[in-house]
Design a protein around this ligand. Structure first.
Ligand code: FAD
Length: 323
């Protein structure tokens, strides 16, 4: 039985883990893929104390910091569900096909427990972040990793000298288009809306790029190719259009990875876990932090702050139930 299980392996989980170690808790961090979105973030200039850095370097520092405190972490384990047991403690189950070693604390059958858990803990912090929204159109799945990407920072450089298209209408799409405009001879931007929802400075920068062409009210319908992507079709004003492209970068929003929490946990209409100012969900002992929550701004420093807040709340709860 752990005092705390932290699910996630990025900014929020790292901050929670550092504080948990310093408080002497018996805890474990379980993560599908350490580094999370931080490691895909490319250039980072707003993490206090580091000046300019990049996502992979920062994620490496997060890992070193946890190692310094000898934090117990299992990387490569995907949590399937968290449920609250009758005694108020939590049962955490890992997906059976989790890519690396199986979870360590198998609870045997026949111990009077209704649940068969991979881990049990008095408290849980969910810091599972978000994943990219998909278009759900023909060809999208087929050409994923064959010209279709959801991370321009990660995959953009592969398309240097190629014709590319960015699909989306917010900051993420604008940043992707700006990056590609610096390395590609032509970048199309297909925006389903009549305008952008992003920062003015990014829009102005994009306007200054002669090789970037924005097509508004363009509804992308189909992707095709051979071994790799060769083109797509979009509808605009009732007519159908085709573009020949080598790479397609989809930036149409994020979906919170909130499916692991018990059914009774309150979420907002976007599926974000609702937390109060101290990281508590509506279930006692269950906390959430970072991008997976309803806290409005999705930034590394904010996720880290929330991870710390959730941990300090969990410590208060543990002190109460242990006394
Ligand atoms: C392209 C891009 C650029 C960005 N640039 C910046 C920037 O310059 N500055 C900035 O402050 N922010 C930036 N951000 C935002 C920033 O990356 C996020 O706000 C931050 O990473 C959120 O941290 P997090 O810990 O909440 O979640 P994440 O970083 O999303 O990490 C979630 C973690 O949970 C794990 N996980 C998910 N589901 C499970 C599961 N079921 N079981 C086990 N583990 C699970 C994942 O493997 C991952 O380790 C950028 C984001 C993107 C996409």
């Amino acid at each position: 039985m752990f005092d705390l299980i932290i699910i996630g392996g990025s900014a929020a989980a790292t901050a929670a883990g550092i504080y948990a170690a310093r408080r002497g808790l018996k805890f474990k961090i379980i993560t599908k893929d350490f580094g999370g979105e931080v490691s895909t973030s490319g250039e980072i200039g707003n993490w206090p104390g580091d000046g300019m850095t990049d996502g992979i370097t920062l994620a490496g520092k997060f890992k070193s910091h946890l190692d310094f405190y000898k934090a117990d972490m299992e990387d490569g384990i995907e949590v399937e569900s968290v449920s609250r047991m009758e005694d108020g403690n939590f049962c955490v189950k890992a997906k059976k096909d989790s890519p690396t070693k199986m979870a360590s604390e198998k609870m045997p059958d026949g111990e009077g427990q209704a649940y068969k858990c991979d881990y049990t803990a008095r408290t849980v912090i969910v810091a599972t972040g978000v994943h990219s929204r998909e278009l759900n159109i023909p060809g999208e799945k087929e050409f994923r990793l064959k010209g279709v990407s959801y991370c321009t920072t990660c995959d953009g450089p592969i398309f240097k000298g190629r014709i590319t298209v960015v699909i989306g209408g917010g900051n993420s799409a604008l940043e992707a288009a700006l990056m590609l405009a610096d390395i590609c001879p032509k970048v199309y931007v297909l925006n389903i809306n009549p305008g952008f929802g992003g920062d003015r400075v990014l829009m102005d920068n994009l306007k200054s790029k002669p090789n970037a062409e924005v097509i508004y009210e363009a509804d992308t319908k189909e992707i095709w190719g051979d071994k790799f992507v060769t083109g797509l079709r979009y509808d605009k004003n009732g007519s159908s259009h085709e573009l020949k492209v080598d790479g397609i970068f989809i930036h149409i929003g994020m979906i919170p990875n909130s499916g692991v929490v018990p059914a009774g946990v309150k979420k907002n209409s976007f599926g974000e876990i609702e937390v109060n100012a101290v990281g508590e969900t509506n279930i006692p002992g269950l906390y959430a932090a970072g991008d997976v929550t309803n806290i409005p701004f999705k930034q590394i420093v904010i996720s880290a702050g929330q991870g710390c807040t959730a941990l300090l709340s969990a410590v208060g709860y543990l002190n109460k139930i242990k006394s």
